[in-house]
Design a protein around this ligand. Structure first.
Ligand code: NAD
Ligand code: USQ
Length: 400
């Protein structure tokens, strides 16, 4: 039985622990990554808080610890179509996991060139992967990491369904299921909406089996596999472009920086722990949709929280000053967010919810590597439009 799996973007924050988990579960994993995320560290003059080792060292140490091989190809998936096609023909994977996109909303909004890079990279990566699967004739399941942000963050009076909305048309006479209307909040999120149209098309035209995972904000750092050896440590982004909110707050508390709540902190978002990310991706791989079925969409998120409550929880756990900053983004000051996540639950997933032990684990990592933090990189300086203002100081009161 073929058990090859390609992980595109397997050197990144979600991709690395996922590659290890899938390898540990007995699949032959090949990582494809052009290391652009590491190069972006150089551009932004800010490294992962954790000292990640080169990809070659990571793979060598994994082999030493587990006797399992992980293959690696340095390749730009958005540009090297011929290389990609050759790889599909050679490996004939049963599944691929597609993480290889520029994933930070603030980075995508930094400047016209960052906007255009994000669009070119993300759209071409997805397009090349789908096109090369068809041309190679390989029957493989595509598991893509999308985002909860494709829905916008409103609930329209109901729980957000898993990808499709049931609507009545023609004076209630006819019921149809349509893709939930896209409502991106950044150029990055817009590319994920565009990915969805490509999936729809390739599934309809070429019967490619596709699972699109609408993932919430990932928190945490390590998984049991990355903890086997310090050289397997996962990356920890904390800067204003790539750092995501809960990990940032835990790191900020650890280094004595005020927690940087944007606006009123009334924004509600969906969250998932990194250990659940890797589990969900494996569950998706092991339960592929059948041929002839439309694109399967799962909401890959455990629960939602508003930002102010998160800051309060971090304060209760480790003690921190909470400050409110003028919001650099164009987003609703307040929203409620409810969503369905029955798809993964029906496959046996029991979500990890925000808990003190796991938050403490992140806090301990932040304390351990705190001296690597460059505090000048903490404030988010990427502004969504000309009406937004930079705010390095913040205030004790919510910014309306
Ligand atoms: P990341 O930036 O840490 O990892 C992405 C990896 O893809 C990097 O190693 C990068 O070098 C690689 N890559 C990017 N473009 C490439 C290209 N053209 N060719 C080859 N490799 C390329 O990001 P992440 O946090 O691991 O996110 C992975 C995926 O999960 C993204 O698609 C993101 O949209 C999605 N996601 C992430 C989160 C989160 O909170 N981190 C939440 C929801 C969804
Ligand atoms: N926020 C703060 N203070 C901070 C950082 C963020 O208040 O210091 C606020 C933001 O204004 C926003 C919310 O927290 O309202 C979330 O911001 P984030 O940077 O943690 O997450 P986001 O930009 O939404 O992007 C992240 C990942 C992205 C993924 C997305 C899932 O980077 O890859 O797609 O989460 S979701 O949020 O469900 O769209």
């Amino acid at each position: 039985m073929r058990k090859n799996i390609i992980v595109f973007g397997g050197d990144g924050f979600c991709g690395w622990p996922t590659s290890l988990h899938i390898s540990a579960c007995g699949y032959n994993v090949t990582i494809v990554d052009n290391l652009v995320r590491r190069k972006t560290d150089i551009e932004l003059e800010c490294e992962s808080l954790t000292p990640i080792t080169p990809i070659g060292t990571r793979i060598e140490v994994w082999k030493k610890m587990t006797s399992k091989n992980i293959g690696y190809h340095y390749m730009n998936v958005a540009e090297d179509y011929e290389g990609l096609l050759a790889l599909f023909k050679k490996l004939k994977p049963i599944a691929i996991v597609h993480f290889a996109e520029q994933r930070a909303a603030p980075y995508s909004m930094k400047s016209p060139s960052h906007k255009r890079y994000t669009v070119n990279n993300n759209i071409n990566a997805t397009s090349n992967i789908l096109c090369s699967i068809v041309e190679s004739g390989v029957d493989c399941h595509v598991v893509h990491l999308g985002t909860m942000g494709v829905y916008g963050y409103g609930t329209a009076g109901m729980k957000i369904p898993e990808g499709y909305l049931k609507v009545k048309v023609g004076g209630d006479s006819q019921k149809i299921k349509m893709l939930y209307p896209p409502n991106p909040g950044s150029i990055y999120h817009m590319t994920k909406c565009q990915d969805a149209i490509m999936f729809y098309y390739y599934n309809k035209n070429d019967d490619i089996r596709i699972t699109d995972l609408h993932q919430g904000i990932v928190w945490g750092t390590n998984t049991p596999d990355t903890m086997l050896d310090e050289r397997l440590v996962n990356r920890f982004d904390y800067d204003g472009d790539y750092g995501t909110v809960l990990n940032r707050f835990l790191m900020q508390a650890a280094v004595g920086h005020p927690l940087t709540v944007h606006g009123t902190g009334g924004q509600t978002r969906a969250f998932i722990h990194i250990q659940d990310t890797v589990k969900c991706v494996r569950l998706a791989i092991e339960n592929p949709p059948r041929h002839g079925k439309r694109v399967r969409i799962f909401n890959q998120a455990a629960e939602s929280y508003n930002i102010k409550d998160l800051a309060q929880k971090v304060n209760e756990l480790v003690g921190a000053e909470i400050r409110y900053y003028k919001n650099p983004r164009k987003e609703d000051a307040e929203n409620t967010l409810q969503f369905q996540n029955e798809g993964f639950k029906s496959l046996g997933w029991e979500p990890i919810t925000l808990n003190t032990n796991l938050m403490k684990e992140v806090s301990d990592i932040a304390l351990k590597y705190g001296e690597r933090c460059d505090k000048r990189k903490i404030i988010c300086t990427s502004l969504w439009n000309k009406d937004n203002e930079l705010d390095y100081i913040g205030s004790k009161e919510e910014v309306i």
